[in-house]
Structures are given as C-alpha cells and as structure tokens.
Design a protein around this ligand. Structure first.
Ligand SMILES: *Cc1c(COP(=O)(O)O)cnc(C)c1O
Length: 428
C-alpha cells in the first residue's frame, strides 16, 4: 500500500482534474469525508462548502435518507441494462419528474451527464425536423456567454470565445450566436434587447432546428442573470418562426433560482428541456432530456421510427433511486423559504463588496451570489486563502461566487460571505 504522500504524488503526476494540466502548479486538496455542508480534508481541517460541488449537493453530504435509499436499492440491484428491460426506480422517477416539470413535457430520455443530455436534445431537434420533411434544419441559435457542456454538440453551442471554438475550429459545428441578453433579471426586456434574436431567426429560420439557452441564469459562461421577459419573448419568437426551444435547466433546475425550474420565472414551457446536476442531490451522475408529444410523435412516425441514442448506463437504478429520493426530500422541505433566506443572507453579506474598486458588479438571485471583479482572480493565492479561512470557494475568471447547499445555516453563510469580503478586499 502506498502512503498518503505517494498517492498525492500519483494524483499530481497522473490524474487530470477538470480543466487542468497534469503536474498542475495549483494545489489539489484531498477530501476524506463530507457531512452536511462540511468537507473534511486529509489533514483534519473542515471547510464549509460554498459550491455545493458545482450546483449538485442541494441537501448536503452524507444525507441519512439518501444513504438509506441507496443502500436499499444496492441490495436489490446496482445496475441492469435498459434495452428491453425496465425497473421501478426509472418508472417512479419518471412519474415524479412528469409531475413537477412543465405540463407539456411527457417523455423522458435518461443519460449519464449534462453534456450528453444536451447532445440528446440537439439530436431530438434534428430528428424532429427530418421527420417533418425539413432536413435542412440542423443548426442551432445560441446565446453568447452560454455554457452547455464539453462534448462536441454541446461545445458548438457554448460561447464561441470563452468556449473552445478556436482550439477545435473545423471540428466543432458552426452555430449562430446572438449577444448575451443585456437586460438584467427583474428588469423589462426592450425591443433592442431581443432584436438580435429576432433578426437571427428571420435570417436563418429555414436552417435552424432550435434555439438553445439556459433560462434566466447563464452559469459557467459568466454567471449572468437576465430578464424573464427576454425568455418569454424568445418563446414567442420561436413560435412565430416555427423553431423549437431547448431550455438547458441543468444548473437552474430543482429550486436554485427560487423556482423549481427557471422557466417558471417567465411562465413559459420549452419544447425540449435538459436537467442534470442537482437531479440526484449530488450523489450520482444522472441527467435527462424531456420533451412533448409533438416531438416524439414526429420522431416515432418517420424513418427509422426510433430515437437514435442509447447509453450503456441509461437510467441506472442507483442513480434513479438517488434522483427520486432527492426530489422527494426537496418537495417535502421548506425549499422556497430556505432559498429566500439564503438569497437575503447573500445580498447582505456580499453587498459591501460593491464599494471595493476591484469589484465591477455584485448580483444575487435565489441561492446564487456573484462578485464580479475587474481582473481575473489569481487562483494560486485566492483558493489557499479561502481554505485558510475554512471555506471551499472556487472562483473562475473574474468571478467569485457562492451557491451553497440549501440546508446551510445563517452562521455558515456569514462565514462564507465574510471570507469573500475579506479576500476580495485584498485585491488590488
Ligand atoms: C454543467 C452544465 C452542463 C454540463 O453538464 P455535465 O454533467 O458537466 O456534462 C450543461 N449545461 C449547463 C447549463 C451546465 O451548467
């Protein structure tokens, strides 16, 4: 058996972390366990988790009911292929999802990760137009500063500058981009704000399969909160130009923005919706793509008569059990008042950052708090400072942000926002 130090050395030499180099010059911190909102490091230190492990861990770590449900399912069956077979966890989860997602969505395709759920949504849209005898419609309109995942289809609709379009030029499909909605959340959407989308549809409708966007909150592409009216006008434009609307709710789903799904802020429904991240409460990797009868009836009714996708681990029973239990926990919890409380604490705690010259914007929506800086942060100094303050916060680019588990206490929220204020306060 290797010693802990030897294992850490293997990590540094031989394991890639997200968007990292091998032999990174940034520290990676070994975690030995996690409970509630706390991560326990190998050296015994405990960190309050401000990230919910990238939007996922909404009920906290080591949640007793989640653990029990998974242990029970493990005794019955960890996995079985989904081709030609089915099981209670998938059927029960589907019943639950259809009860809480927009009413026009009544079919679910399960996959293993958010990126694949986006691939599936894009394939559905293309197969739909094939079936409708409009095979030229295979491009997508997307918003700048959007993020939809790291696989090829998903990459093609990510922001063309901060995304990987330059690096993979020629290998990534060329899509049509419109500017990030300039109108903030809570504000009206003026004609000028929506005009680029209208013009893109006007010009390209006969080649466009769908408009794809993250509703209300653009996540990893810039943590931007935009007007609900923009979203409702986008829905109206998709109807007007007879184009499908795909909403990527992978980051926003399951209450994070104060609504169960962010499209509810605008009172609209998508033709296709992607969910993932918080779907399993952060326990296992699972995602889903939902759609309505107009889409699946067209696909079923045309050659080859089936939807052409089928992951090996589709609807894994453990992952479906985690998702079902997580949704039950969420619905039985006072999640709206929890999110409102987190929102208020984040507003109070982050507002003083506005006075700092290095800060260009502070914005809070639901369980998401963002401090935007003038300059990209120095991860080499900032992350260790946060760790020294007893918090886990991982900034990116010019953004320092918080999106804690919903069960976090006021006291722990104070510790998180104080750490942000103090660390941002040291920026030149
Ligand atoms: C994280 C994310 C994805 C990709 O999900 P993965 O599970 O990382 O593949 C797609 N869209 C949005 C909006 C996301 O936040």
């Amino acid at each position: 058996m290797s010693t802990h130090e030897q294992l850490i050395d293997i990590d540094r030499r031989s394991i890639w972390h997200p968007y990292s180099a091998l032999h990174p010059d940034l520290p990676v911190y070994p975690v030995v366990s996690a409970d509630g909102v706390r991560l326990k490091l190998a050296d015994g230190r405990e960190l309050i988790d401000g990230m919910a492990s990238w939007w996922c861990v909404i009920h906290g770590y080591n949640q007793p009911r989640m653990n029990r449900a998974l242990a029970d399912q493990l005794q019955r069956m960890a996995h079985v292929m989904f081709g030609g077979l089915t099981h209670d966890p998938a059927m029960q989860l589907t019943e639950q999802l259809l009860a809480i997602t927009p009413p026009s969505l009544d079919a679910v395709f399960y996959s293993d990760s958010g990126s694949v759920a986006v691939e599936v949504a894009m394939k559905m849209a293309i197969q739909y137009w094939q079936a409708m005898d409009k095979p030229a419609r295979k491009r997508f309109i997307s918003l700048r500063h959007g993020y939809h995942g790291d696989t090829f289809g998903a990459m093609s609709v990510c922001d063309p500058e901060t995304g990987m379009h330059g690096l993979f030029k020629g290998a990534v499909a060329a899509q049509i981009f419109v500017p990030q909605p300039p109108c903030r959340y809570g504000r009206p959407c003026r004609d000028d704000d929506i005009r680029p989308l209208q013009q893109a549809l006007e010009k390209n409708a006969d080649q466009v399969a769908a408009v794809i966007m993250e509703p209300i909150v653009q996540g990893a592409g810039g943590m931007w909160f935009y007007s609900a009216e923009y979203l409702s006008r986008a829905r109206a434009l998709c109807d007007q130009y007879n184009v499908l609307l795909i909403l990527d709710e992978i980051a926003t789903g399951f209450g994070r923005t104060g609504k169960l799904f962010a499209c509810e802020h605008a009172g609209i429904e998508p033709d296709i919706m992607c969910i993932g991240k918080a779907l399993t409460g952060g326990y296992l990797s699972l995602a889903a793509t939902l759609t309505g009868s107009h889409v699946y009836q067209a696909i079923d009714g045309a050659d080859p008569g089936v939807f052409m996708h089928g992951p090996t681990f589709m609807a894994n029973p453990l992952a479906c059990t985690a998702a079902l239990t997580s949704i039950q926990l969420l619905l039985e919890s006072p999640w709206q008042s929890r999110i409102t409380r987190i929102e208020n604490r984040l507003r109070e705690g982050l507002a003083p950052c506005r006075d700092h010259p290095a800060v260009t914007d502070v914005r809070v929506l639901g369980g998401i708090g963002v401090v935007e800086l003038q300059m990209p942060v120095d991860m080499k100094t900032m992350v260790p400072e946060f760790v020294a303050a007893g918090v886990w916060i991982r900034p990116f680019g010019r953004l320092v942000y918080l999106m804690p588990p919903y069960i976090i206490s006021d006291e722990d929220l104070h510790t998180l926002t104080r750490a942000v204020r103090e660390t941002v306060g040291k920026q030149a």
